[in-house]
Design a protein around this ligand. Structure first.
Ligand code: DGY
Length: 315
């Protein structure tokens, strides 16, 4: 029987049962990921892997695990895997597109609400015993209705965010490589988007082109009360530049569901800033969505083994 290694317990045991009909299944049962070394050891002699975004699959890993034919990554993003080198070694890589689009878009909108109404900052103030009598000028936030949202990266998640934002009567614009006819928003170049948006939401995949893409030069162009939202990957933003931009009041604040690194060290300056909200990579974190992601990864393994075809092949 072909051997597969699953790098974390899946949301439902029935998914493992499905795999056991076809494979000799080894599951990493801990609630933290295997170390790089442990991953290499457990992947030896495996035909396939079901990985999470926490697993680094690089050239060295691929060279050391010669038997692999498929890596089914339980994420839409696959920046944790050297796709080109996998292809060169005839390893199919799959991802889990579409099923997490709405959950991630909803979280993005939740972060826009949270930042606009300063909810986290206000809650923090209460914990610091700063809540006095009702005050007409205290903790004033911003309206969402009529405000402008700039989307960087008009892919499926960016599209879903734009559609929700339109329902809130936000003016939506987007920037990307080219204009997209059906996108619910105006196509702008990045400069225009940065200078005109009240909220800027990042929806780019992480790759060599987008790594540390947003930096101080970009923050300087943004409105001084603009809010930056990132639910894509932490490394797309130069985080030290972002810290500087918040400290200097170059921009109004940021809500980051993704950081560099993850988890963000508790000593990070960003965690001390009242106008920065950090959530622990929750974009796809709903029961339904995580089940669908795992199911898709499982289907790719089974389909590739039985039909020689993986529906969500990316390389
Ligand atoms: C993904 O699938 O890439 C997400 O970041 C997981 O939440």
């Amino acid at each position: 029987m072909k051997k597969i290694f699953i790098t974390r317990m899946l949301p439902e045991k029935s998914l493992i049962d499905d795999l056991e009909k076809y494979f000799d299944v080894d599951v990493w049962g801990k609630d933290y990921p295997p170390s790089y070394e442990e991953l290499i050891i457990r992947s030896k002699n495996c035909w396939g892997l079901l990985t999470m975004l926490t697993e680094k699959i690089d050239k060295n890993f691929i060279n050391k695990t010669q038997s692999l034919k498929i890596i089914a990554n339980m994420a839409v993003g696959y920046d944790n895997i050297d796709i080109a080198f996998a292809k060169k070694n005839n390893i199919v890589v799959t991802n889990t597109p579409d099923v997490l689009t709405n959950s991630t878009a909803e979280l993005t909108i939740a972060l826009i609400f949270l930042m606009s109404k300063r909810l986290s900052e206000a809650n923090l103030a209460i914990h610091k015993k700063e809540w006095k009598e009702w005050n007409p000028t205290w903790m004033l936030g911003k309206d969402i209705n009529g405000s402008t949202l700039g989307i960087i990266g008009p892919g499926k998640i960016g599209f879903a965010v734009a559609s929700l934002a339109k329902k809130l009567n936000m003016q939506v614009s987007y920037s990307g490589k080219k204009e997209k006819k059906r996108f619910p928003g105006n196509f702008l170049n990045l400069n225009e988007l940065l200078t005109t948006s009240d909220y800027i939401s990042v929806h780019l995949p992480l790759n060599n082109e987008t790594k540390y893409f947003l930096n101080y030069q970009h923050f300087k162009k943004m409105k001084s009360d603009a809010i930056l939202i990132n639910t894509s990957r932490g490394k797309i933003i130069n985080q030290l530049d972002l810290e500087k931009a918040i400290i200097n009041k170059t921009i109004g604040g940021a809500a980051l569901d993704v950081t560099d690194p993850e988890p963000l060290p508790y000593s990070s300056k960003l965690l001390m800033m009242p106008n920065v909200f950090i959530s622990p990579h929750l974009g796809s974190a709903t029961k339904k969505t995580r089940y669908k992601m795992a199911k898709l990864a499982v289907s790719n393994l089974i389909s590739f083994s039985t039909k020689g075809r993986a529906p969500n092949k990316i390389n």
